[in-house]
Design a protein around this ligand. Structure first.
Ligand code: TGC
Ligand code: FAD
Length: 424
């Protein structure tokens, strides 16, 4: 039923397909408006991108969506989802080689949007695997690490996580306290000690990309759970979250954990390492949150057309309800256009990190504000989890917070605009 996306597809550098010649339609014959794609973003995608998007949408709607309500209620992440996504070639999809599909950044964005249309927690699990763990190993790992781990991660056999945040250092990861030093008893190993917290996937991750200071400098280490002696690595879950409940979150506790020297990224030193991985993940969130917002719009529209108040009118007839839908639809359409532009620039090597900060911040903020407003249209029913809108609202608070809280991205942009550093 789902066509796996083709592996080893050449990356798309080609210009977007323009489906109709300019001027073939008279100005007097209005083009029909599609509320689900108001600015006809589809017109900017290649045929391959559209095919990949359709595969991802079909899988997400037919296989993920039926699981999400129970997963959210029970705070459970079904590990099989990662294997299913692996079978379809969706994991690490923009990576070239290592049995990954090698698709364009826009195609990868479309996958992310399809996943988050269902749930931001599922998108979190997917993003951490694809952009942060696989992306980090692909960017900075040795050839041996890449060949050994990436194909198995692409298939979903191994699950990854990304440990940067610490209990005392979230927005300011440069001050991290986790350390690496030569192992006192095992030659050819480092010994890692410290704590990471709020780490997506950590409780069940097989491959843990952890950032730690060696001689005061930040380095990246790939920890393989099955290589760790008992008591040196613990990954307790963080339970009772009030958002992102369909995603597993936990800590990483390291107590003289031995890590082979060959598992340290050899050439990347400092915050540039983790931030480079974050560029891809933040770009993905800009797409994903638009998927969540689009789902809120679609659910709200359906509800407003169905619900009748005052003289049997559907509430969709009332101006205040229409304004909420108009605002949300406009923000979603603009957000997608901006994400497409940055995706194209990314593939041409022309995307500045600040562009990614801009779309991550704007799309997360607008998704959250609009979802909260649309929630009002459901009246009391908004409180029932069956309607799905409250789940998106709770999730979207998290997306605005992780991978750089929105105000932090404002400061990144402010620094780029003024030249003044306002963090401290
Ligand atoms: P700063 O002086 O700005 O930079 C230090 C070094 O890093 C380089 N750099 C970047 N390189 C590539 N891409 C970027 N986006 C980069 N941003 C900075 C910079 O050039 C410099 O390199 P070098 O070689 O000169 O040393 O560092 P700072 O300490 O002043 O940073 C401040 C700030 C606020 C920008 C930064 O700390 C920040 O972004 N904080 C937010 C923390 C964050 O995003 N954490 C995310 C944790 S992971 C996560 O949340 C995953 S959730 C996933 C999910 O479940 O979906
Ligand atoms: P703080 O840094 O304490 O910030 C608190 C508030 O203060 C924020 O509003 C912030 O904007 C503001 N603030 C801080 N400094 C300044 C300043 N200089 N100027 C103005 N305002 C400021 N991390 C990972 O490493 N890997 C993961 O997989 C991961 N997954 C996560 C999953 C979930 C569900 C959650 C909730 C978080 C996850 N995180 C992960 C952590 C996330 O990246 C951090 O929560 C985030 O970076 C913010 O850090 P903090 O929570 O310590 O907040």
């Amino acid at each position: 039923m789902f066509r796996p996306i083709c592996r080893h597809v050449a990356r798309q550098f080609i210009a977007p397909v323009r489906s109709a010649a300019i001027g073939t339609r008279s100005m007097h014959t209005p083009v029909p408006f599609d509320w689900a794609d108001p600015l006809n973003a589809k017109n900017l995608f290649t045929e391959e991108e559209i095919a990949i998007s359709e595969t991802a949408e079909a899988y997400c709607q037919e296989r993920m969506l039926p699981r999400v309500l129970e997963a959210y209620r029970n705070e459970n992440f079904d590990r099989k989802i990662i294997e299913e996504m692996g079978e379809l070639g969706l994991l690490g999809a923009s990576i070239q080689g290592y049995e990954c599909a090698g698709v364009s950044s826009v195609a990868a964005g479309l996958i992310t949007r399809a996943v988050e249309r269902v749930d931001s927690g599922y998108r979190s699990g997917y993003s951490v695997q694809s952009s942060l763990a696989m992306g980090g190993i692909d960017d900075f790992g040795t050839e041996e690490l890449k060949e050994r781990l990436l194909p198995r991660m692409a298939k979903g056999e191994l699950l990854g996580c990304f440990g940067l945040t610490e209990p005392n250092h979230g927005s300011d990861p440069g001050s991290m306290e986790t350390t690496a030093k030569p192992h006192p008893t095992k030659n050819g190993y480092y010994s890692l000690s410290g704590s990471k917290t709020w780490i997506t996937n950590s409780p069940i991750a097989d491959v843990l990309l952890v950032w730690a200071k060696l001689d005061g400098k930040i380095r990246g280490f790939v920890i393989e759970r099955d290589q760790c002696p008992p008591g040196t690595l613990e990954t307790p879950p963080i339970k009772n979250k009030n958002g992102l409940r369909a995603s597993l979150t936990g800590m990483i506790q390291l107590d003289n954990c031995p890590v082979p020297e060959a598992n340290m990224f050899p050439d990347i030193v400092g915050l540039r390492g983790p931030f480079s991985c974050l560029n891809s993940a933040r770009y993905g969130i800009a797409w994903g949150t638009m998927g969540a917002l689009e789902d809120c719009i679609s659910r709200t529209r359906e509800y407003a057309l169905d619900r009748k108040q005052f003289k049997g009118n559907p509430i969709a007839k009332y101006q205040l309800v229409q304004k909420k839908l108009a605002d949300a639809t406009t923000d979603a359409a603009y957000g997608i256009m901006a994400a497409v532009q940055v995706g194209r620039l990314k593939d041409e090597g022309k995307a500045a990190p600040e562009m990614i900060s801009m779309i991550k911040r704007q799309n997360c903020d607008r998704a959250l504000v609009n979802a909260r407003t649309l929630q009002e249209v459901f009246g009391g029913n908004a409180v029932s989890d069956e309607y799905g809108i409250g789940r998106h609202v709770a999730n979207l608070f998290v997306t605005q917070t992780y991978e750089g809280q929105s105000d932090i991205h404002a400061l990144i942009l402010g620094r780029a605009i003024t030249g003044f550093q306002a963090f401290c």
